[in-house]
Structures are given as structure tokens and as C-alpha cells.
Design a protein around this ligand. Structure first.
Ligand code: C2E
Ligand code: CA
Ligand code: CA
Length: 346
């Protein structure tokens, strides 16, 4: 367009070297463009938008131009707003953990739950992690959020039946933070949770940047008694040698593999390989994202017996799993004492 041609000229002109007393000087220019009346109602708006576009042009490496983009601006404003609000979320008790059952596929017995964070935003309602975790990461808040999750999960797990385990997600930066061991020890001591009932879920990204630091940390965490699961296996780098080199207690096969296992032979092959290595090395294998009976049957046929997914239950609030567990306990773990039943009969 004409505007773009003009902008290109404006950017190019000052780049001609100027000779000033034996020095060659070049200047640079960046241009931000906003349209009237389609993008702005008045002069103030127009200048503001052009300024925003100019900022973007500079951020993209200077000596260029940018045309204002309304969607981009509202997107960036939205993230900034959420970032501000997120800072208050922990202290304002707006965060909550939902729990999704992890189940023995053959038996239907719940062995534990994965804790999944939700933000009960005062205006927007319950937000899933996809809407705030990347913002928290960029703002350097993820370690705080994650440590909050570990503490809350330990508190809540400590009063559940003692055969129930709880898995908590740990972000790469949180895992590598210097304080994770101190924090873990303190929380376990405060809540009196048996460390064997806590599992930390990490992804390969947590290990990639410094493998020997990661290995040391993994061993120190396990020395406390806490288990480690490798999450989302099959996405990203997914080197089978990781399973040999690092001391994982569990590996979770990503749900994309479970979804495709019946149609794509390659997915089935990956699942088989992970199950084989798991068996040889004594690492428990969990299938994620199990949604149908057909998937359950196929996984059982392959010898995968631990499962998690909507088929067995969506993530739900703590109060609901407490209710589920006490119903289970009443019906299966607590037979009516003989004395009482006699009295009842009489
Ligand atoms: P993830 O660790 O892979 O957690 C499993 C995700 O898959 C959850 O999404 C869960 O709701 C969803 N899911 C479970 N079963 C099924 C299924 O059968 N079908 C489908 N389509 N989805 C299923 P959610 O709760 O939205 O969490 C998304 C991600 O956010 C998690 O993925 C995890 O990476 C991250 N996250 C959640 N809570 C925390 C936390 O406290 N700390 C950290 N660092 N990350 C967290
Ligand atoms: Ca997880
Ligand atoms: Ca996962």
C-alpha cells in the first residue's frame, strides 16, 4: 500500500551515511502507523495507537515499520492485567487445587490423585492453567505458585486415607530453584505427610538445561522419600535413554499417544517401548488422557495397568474427592462391628 511504501522510504532515508568532519554517521528510524478513522476515534487515540505500533517496530529490531493491530494490543493488555491480578491471587486465596483420580485400570481402585491448579478469578470465574501458567512463567511467578501447590496438596493429602497418594506438577524453574529441597522438607514436617505419599511430576524440560544438576536434585528429593514422575512422555525430546539415566519412579505417557494408539501404529509402538523399559527398570507406567472403554481395554492388553483420564473422572474440587473417599470407606473398609449389628438385630 501507499502507507507502506512511504514508511519504507522514511526508514531508508536516514540510513545513508552522513559525513561529518571525517566521521561517517548513520541514523536509524522506526515507524509506527495507525489509521484514521478505522483504528482510532480521535487524534489522541490515533497517536496512542501509532506509539504502540512504534514500540512494536522497535522491539522487532528497529529500522522497520509496523501497522497498528488492535487485536495484538488487547491481547497484550489482557496479559498485563492478568499478571497484575495473579500477583494477588496467592495471598487473596483465589487459587485452588482440583484433583483427578489415578486408577488401577483392571480393578478401578483409586491409588491417588493428581493435583491440578485452578484460579478462581473474582471476575472471570474458574480459569484452567492454560489461561494463566504461561503468564505466571513470564512474570517470574510460577515458582511461587508451584510451591503454594505443593504445600496445599500436602496439607490436603495428609487427612486423606493413608493409601492415597498425591501427585503435584513442578515447573522447570521451580524444580531448579535453590530452595526446593528446603521447602519440601519444611512442608512435609509441618503437615506430617508421609513423604512416600507425595509424587512430584516434572517434564523433560526441567532436566534438559543442566543434566547433572537435575540428576543430583532428583536423587536428593528421592532421598527424602518423595517420588518423581516424568510427565508428558512422548512429547518434545522424549529420549528413552532418560528413563535409564535418571531415577524416575514413574513415567506418564502423554495423552496424545493414548488418543492415537488405536489408529496410528507408531503411537502404539511408543507405548509398547515405554512399557517394556518400565518393566525392565521397575518404573511404573501411567497412561494419561484415557477417555474410552476401548482405550482401557487396549491398554490392559498391552500390560498398562495404571490410568488417568476423563473415563475415570475429571479433575474436581477437594471436597468432592473427600466425599467420594468416605463413601468408599464406609462401604468397603469399615465393616459394622459384630456387637453393634447384634444390638441392631435385637
Ligand atoms: P498435565 O500435567 O499433563 O495435566 C493433565 C491435564 O490433562 C489436565 O489439564 C487434565 O485436566 C487434562 N486431562 C486429564 N484427563 C484428560 C482426558 O481424558 N482428556 C483430555 N482431553 N484432557 C484430560 P489441566 O488441569 O488444564 O492442566 C493443564 C496443565 O497445566 C497440566 O498438564 C500441567 O502441565 C499444568 N499444571 C496444572 N497444575 C499445575 C501446578 O500446580 N503446577 C505446575 N507447574 N503446572 C500445573
Ligand atoms: Ca502432570
Ligand atoms: Ca501430563
Amino acid at each position: 500500500t501507499n502507507v507502506e511504501l512511504l514508511a519504507k522510504k522514511i526508514v531508508a532515508t536516514p540510513r545513508q551515511p552522513l559525513r561529518i568532519s571525517r566521521h561517517d554517521l548513520t541514523l536509524g528510524a522506526s515507524v509506527g502507523i495507525s489509521m484514521f478513522p478505522s483504528q482510532a476515534a480521535d487524534a489522541e487515540d490515533l497517536l496512542g495507537n501509532a506509539d504502540f505500533a512504534l514500540f512494536q517496530a522497535k522491539a522487532a529490531g528497529r529500522n522497520g515499520f509496523r501497522i497498528f493491530d488492535l487485536e495484538l494490543r488487547s491481547d497484550i493488555q489482557h496479559r498485563k492485567e492478568l499478571e497484575q491480578e495473579l500477583r494477588l491471587a496467592i495471598t487473596g486465596e483465589q487459587l485452588e487445587l482440583y484433583y483427578q483420580p489415578i486408577v488401577g485400570g483392571g480393578t478401578g481402585i483409586v491409588e491417588g490423585y493428581e493435583a491440578l491448579m485452578r484460579w478462581n478469578h473474582p471476575k472471570r470465574g474458574f480459569l484452567p492453567p492454560s489461561q494463566f501458567i504461561s503468564i505466571a512463567e513470564d512474570a517470574g511467578l510460577m515458582t511461587d505458585l508451584g510451591n503454594w501447590a505443593i504445600a496445599r496438596a500436602c496439607q490436603q493429602a495428609a487427612v486423606l486415607p493413608s493409601h492415597i497418594k498425591v501427585a503435584v506438577n513442578v515447573s522447570p524453574n521451580q524444580f531448579r530453584s535453590a530452595s526446593i529441597l528446603v521447602k519440601l522438607r519444611r512442608v512435609l514436617e509441618e503437615t506430617k505427610l508421609d513423604p512416600k505419599r507425595l509424587i512430584l511430576e516434572i517434564t523433560e524440560t526441567a532436566i534438559l538445561s543442566d543434566e547433572s544438576l537435575a540428576e543430583k536434585l532428583l536423587r536428593e528429593i528421592q532421598a527424602i522419600g518423595v517420588g518423581i514422575a516424568l510427565d508428558d512422555f512422548g512429547t518434545g525430546f522424549s529420549s528413552l535413554s532418560y528413563l535409564q539415566r535418571f531415577p524416575f519412579n514413574k513415567v506418564k505417557i502423554d495423552r496424545s499417544f493414548v488418543a492415537g494408539m488405536l489408529d496410528l501404529p507408531a503411537n502404539l509402538a511408543v507405548i509398547r517401548a515405554v512399557l517394556g523399559i518400565g518393566r525392565d527398570l521397575g518404573i511404573a507406567v501411567v497412561a494419561e488422557g484415557v477417555e474410552t472403554k476401548t482405550q482401557v481395554d487396549a491398554l490392559l492388553r498391552e500390560g498398562c495397568s495404571i490410568m488417568q483420564g476423563y473415563y475415570y473422572g475429571k479433575p474436581k474440587p477437594y471436597s468432592e474427592i473427600v466425599a467420594d473417599l468416605s463413601v468408599q470407606q464406609l462401604t468397603s473398609h469399615r465393616p459394622i462391628p459384630a456387637e453393634k449389628s447384634i444390638r441392631l438385630v435385637r
